[in-house]
Design a protein around this ligand. Structure first.
Ligand SMILES: [Zn+2]
Length: 93
């Protein structure tokens, strides 16, 4: 039985996923997915790989949250205040 973190790594090595997809596949909360990401980043970089994050973006105006280093999606767009935010996607490469 592998750990949740290892299962997330396995998923992301095969495909890119957002936190909702991971949460549904592994039956954990999205919040738990995000809580594992910092540690997963360290684990994969120790193996010479990289956790790739496609940044969140505003679906209303297209604003991209490039400056954010934290994996959690922002609550709303700083430009147009919309709360329709595309979640960040994760993969390992
Ligand atoms: Zn916006």
């Amino acid at each position: 039985m592998s750990t949740i973190r290892q299962q997330i790594i396995d998923l992301l090595e095969n495909n890119d996923h957002d936190a909702r997809e991971i949460s549904q596949l592994l039956r954990i909360s999205e919040k738990e997915v995000y809580s594992h990401m910092t540690h997963i980043e360290k684990t994969v970089s120790a193996k010479g790989k990289k956790l790739l994050i496609t940044p969140s973006a505003c679906l209303a105006c297209g604003y991209t949250f490039k400056q954010r280093n934290r994996p959690e999606p922002p609550g709303k767009c700083p430009r147009c205040k919309s709360e329709r935010i595309r979640k960040p996607r994760f993969s390992i490469g």
